[in-house]
Design a protein. Structure first.
Length: 113
């Protein structure tokens, strides 16, 4: 492999790593109380100290791609997300500014109690 090809490969590798790090840096997590569960989405109220509470007092979370974990971090079913329960929500950092606000790319829901 010549010097030019090695430089190009090194640049490409650096570029891919930088893109991956940038994508991961936008992931966010917050804690909320469940207000409704309709099996495909949930309505939550973010805790007052969460940054997301500055966007909206209620947020609809799509469960389409979410992994749901119980308090022991074992996969569980959407029916375990009960009204009144505290949960931790991991998502891509994007909140649609509607009312209620919307998170469409939720990665994980973890039951906290």
């Amino acid at each position: 492999m010549g010097g030019g090809a090695l430089r190009k490969l090194t640049f490409l590798l650096f570029f891919v790593i930088a893109m991956l790090l940038t994508a991961c840096a936008n992931n966010k997590t917050f804690t909320a109380t469940v207000l409704e569960n309709n099996e495909t989405s949930i309505l939550v109220q973010p805790e007052a100290n969460a940054t997301e509470a500055k966007s909206a007092d209620k947020i609809t979370i799509s469960l389409k791609d979410a992994v749901i974990l119980d308090i022991n971090e074992t996969k569980t079913n959407v029916s375990e997300i009960k009204v009144g329960k505290k949960i931790e929500i991991s998502y891509d950092g994007v909140i649609a500014e509607s009312y209620p606000a919307q998170i469409n790319n939720c990665y994980q829901i973890k039951l906290l109690d």
